[in-house]
Design a protein around this ligand. Sequence first.
Ligand code: SAH
Length: 266
Amino acid sequence: MVLESARPEGSQPYGKVYLVGAGPGDPGLFTLRGKGLLECADVVIHDALVSPPILAMINPQAKVIDAGKRRGRHSMGQTEINQLIADQAKDHAVVVRLKGGDPFVFGRGGEEMAALVELGIAVEVVPGITAGVAVPAYAGIPITHRSQSSSVTFVTGHESAGKYRPQVNWRALAQGSETIVVYMGIHNLGTITTELLAADLSPATPVALIRWGTYPQQETLIGTLATIVAQVAETGFEAPAIAVIGQVVSWHGVFNHCRPTGTLWP
Ligand code: SAH
């Protein structure tokens, strides 16, 4: 998709910003379009969850800015990042904003794009494979299956206090979606499982947590709605991880060995 916004006549010419999804980590899953842009970028502004082999594709002449880097205790705020991208577009022709997974899936890509379009800057989005699709696949879990799941929901498990919208309705999801894929859900897993159980999902419903999916160090923890919270506490399982909840998780034991050999990336 290309969004060219009307720029007022006579205003300063801007470069173009490419909002590029880097995929979940494995460089083999990065798009050819994204790679081509990294090879000709003047500036690359990237997030924390972009893997080293993808950063290594950036041409050596480009200015590289790590917007995910924690400075003191805080990483850069969203308004600050929007401003940074806009400033770079004033001085450079090809500005790549590189984000983990897909830019529009829990990546604030929509906010960044809106801010740039409002300033009259041309923006193009290059989708990436989102973690919610690729990470279960690398753990041998088909997120839909003709006999087990005709629906899948991607949902965030992390909604900050003072949120601008009502909470995720976990009980409605329990009823309405056969597979639930949760991003950023590890910290709130207790609340999530309690809500799903309260909505009458069976305590035996299988749950997979997959950490550093598509990376060589990918780890999977398999349990049920009744057991998974205790398993996380016992094993010290940590983010970044995707949670998959639903009957399809039971395929993990059958398909796990079918993981692509590309996961052994250097
Ligand atoms: N835009 C990204 C998601 C950003 S939110 C996308 O489309 O994938 C960040 C969350 O995504 C993490 O907290 C984690 O829940 C998930 N995530 C991203 N990469 C991951 C990976 N390689 N393995 C497991 N989870 C991942």
